[in-house]
Design a protein around this ligand. Structure first.
Ligand SMILES: Nc1ncnc2c1ncn2[C@@H]1O[C@H](COP(=O)(O)OP(=O)(O)O)[C@@H](O)[C@H]1O
Ligand SMILES: O=P(O)(O)OC[C@H]1O[C@](O)(COP(=O)(O)O)[C@@H](O)[C@@H]1O
Length: 361
């Protein structure tokens, strides 16, 4: 997200000579600013003075300032840094049309004509609603490590998260190999298995379990354990199993998938007469480790391409509101509510088949 912010600001200032305001904490910052302005008769004047007085880093370091005029220095050195210097926050109030109306009014008073909104499904839904309810030009930019936005081949953050997962697997594999263990690692991804699937393919993890392959029943888990045990009898000493957080169980379970799978595998390996009763299964939930860190070159390049397309559309008098998307390796603007790319699910199934064959012991 920082690489994207840098690209938007630099292109705005260098290529298009258009001033760029950054909003702290996204929708929450806009709502706070609207409340600040509506609080008393001088609210708007004070907000404008604050923006003019505290430009760039001066505004950024003041946690109370919601709207910051961005300059070159304010985005200097942030390219590879994870997260976003503007901050990010959930804002439940933004679900209310009357709150969005306050925000639209505020932007009108500030002379803001266009918004670039970067985030996942929720942020892009908010963006669509703003576009429907105002005359603002709005461009959404997909950013989520889950890669669950099906109208684009990639969202910002995915490549970095996959890179981190590969790094994590490389570390876990040392213990797995040395101690001859099965390590079950739980990845993020909400309802999507893309992160786990891409990380498995890129890291060589022996097994990957995604929500798209259906709920895990007792018998499916036994089948997976059998597969690992079979490999052990053929001389394999360890296994890395990736399970996506969105995987469901039948009957339904409340615990993390990694722990449920550990118990099922361990019980199977220790059954009476089993060939490897000492085979240990260790679970780890990788959690927010996957979200931050140095952005990969792939993400930084995609961020620059998305920013370029967003500006192109905003400055085109015939440009339409919509979302930047990577489709067939080209960046384009698709309308809000654009249908899924049918290739996405075909591609996921092909990736699973490829992984299966590569990992077949
Ligand atoms: N249906 C909606 N209507 C209006 N705003 C929404 C809606 N869904 C989400 N948002 C706004 O977008 C923010 C981010 O959404 P969220 O789902 O938390 O993250 P993400 O953008 O990563 O999917 C929410 O906190 C809310 O302000
Ligand atoms: O930190 P939180 O709010 O618990 O959110 C965790 C969720 O966010 C995600 O990491 C996705 O985050 P992003 O869409 O912001 O990349 C999911 O994979 C995970 O379920």
């Amino acid at each position: 997200m920082n690489a994207f912010l840098r690209a938007v600001v630099r292109l705005g200032l260098n290529r298009h000579q258009v001033p760029v305001l950054g909003i702290r904490d996204g929708y929450r910052g806009l709502v706070r600013a609207a409340r600040q302005v509506n609080a008393d008769t001088d609210g708007l004047v004070r907000l404008k003075q604050e923006i003019e007085r505290n430009i760039g880093n001066r505004g950024l370091i003041d946690a109370q300032q919601n709207i910051i005029q961005m300059d070159h220095a304010s985005v200097s050195g942030i390219m590879g840094k994870g997260g976003t210097i503007l901050g990010s926050a959930r804002c439940l109030d933004f679900h209310k049309p009357e709150v969005r109306r306050e925000v639209i009014d505020l932007l009108g008073k500030l002379g803001v004509g266009s918004l670039i909104i970067s985030g996942g499904d929720g942020s892009l839904t908010g963006a669509r609603l703003l576009a429907e309810e105002s005359n603002l030009r709005i461009i959404g930019v997909p950013a989520t490590i889950d890669n669950d936005l099906q109208f684009t081949e990639m969202s910002l953050g995915v490549d970095t998260a996959v890179h981190t997962l590969v790094w994590a697997v490389d570390h876990f594999i040392d213990t797995a190999r040395s101690h001859r263990r099965v390590m079950v690692l739980e990845t993020m991804g909400r309802e999507s298995g893309d992160l786990a699937r891409m990380a498995a393919l890129a890291s060589g993890a022996e097994m990957v379990i995604t929500p798209e392959s259906g709920a895990l029943t007792e018998s499916r888990m036994r089948g997976l354990a059998e597969k690992i045990e079979g490999a052990m009898t053929r001389g394999r000493g360890h296994a890395i199993v990736l399970i996506a957080e969105g995987v469901k169980f039948e009957p339904e379970q409340k615990r993390n998938g990694a722990y449920i799978l550990r118990d099922a595998f361990q019980a199977y390996f220790q059954r009476a007469g089993a060939p490897f009763p000492d085979l240990e299964v260790r679970p780890s939930v990788l959690g927010h480790l996957q979200r931050g860190g140095h952005a990969t070159p792939g993400d930084c390049i995609l961020a620059a391409r998305f920013a370029e397309e967003a500006w192109k559309s905003l400055l085109d008098s015939n440009g339409k509101n919509g979302i930047t998307a990577l489709r067939y390796n080209k960046v384009e603007i698709v309308p809000f509510g654009c249908p899924d790319l049918p290739e996405r699910s075909i591609h996921s199934r092909a990736m699973d088949a490829l992984h299966d064959d590569l990992a077949n012991w």
